[in-house]
Design a binder for this molecule. Structure first.
Ligand code: DAT
Ligand code: MG
Length: 162
């Protein structure tokens, strides 16, 4: 029903994942740095928007964390300012993006990862990335409508995949 049905048949091993620069990342001017890392890795941007989400929207987004003590504060913070929401596409991107992000706690994240290079505190870890393919599908559909996707072929494609 969602975006996967619109992907070309030849892209059976391709995945899409939901990435968002959180309000702290936006405020700190890190959107460009984060986009750059996904671009230079070779991933393809298929949808993007700069939005301030409602608290209700963030409660849906983080529904699996509803019993955690930080849930309310997290949803409030995530709706306190703009986020840069994106959908990126590529081979095994769900797992690879999580590796690029680092660990949930920046203190456990290796240098070289986004969180390991750019932030310090678990509650201000600047970026969201879907953790599983199933969650990626749910999150992409929660944040983006069908008409918000751009169908295009980057000229680099033939040199990224054999
Ligand atoms: P991730 O964002 O790495 O997928 P998660 O889904 O477990 O991590 O949690 C969502 C966000 O909630 C996380 O990016 C930061 C915040 N968070 C997680 N654990 C926390 C904790 N113990 N204290 C405060 N905030 C926390
Ligand atoms: Mg998560």
């Amino acid at each position: 029903m969602g975006f996967y049905s619109r992907m070309p048949a030849s892209s059976a091993d391709m995945e899409r994942t939901f990435i968002a620069v959180k309000p702290d990342g936006v405020q700190r001017g890190l959107c460009g740095e984060i986009i750059k890392r996904f671009e230079t890795r070779g991933f393809k941007l298929v949808a993007a928007k700069f939005v301030q989400a409602s608290e209700d929207h963030m409660k849906k987004h983080y529904l699996d964390l509803k019993d955690m003590p930080f849930y309310a504060g997290l949803c409030k913070y995530m709706s306190s300012g703009p986020v840069f929401a994106m959908v990126w596409e590529g081979q095994s991107i769900v797992k690879l993006a999580r590796m690029m992000l680092g660990e949930t706690n920046p203190a456990d994240s290796k240098p070289g990862s986004i969180r390991g290079d750019l932030c310090i505190n678990i509650g201000r870890n600047i970026i969201h990335g879907s953790d599983t393919l199933d969650n990626a599908k749910m999150e992409v559909d929660l944040w983006f409508k069908a008409e918000e996707f751009v169908n295009w072929t980057p000229c680099s494609q033939a040199f990224l995949y054999e």
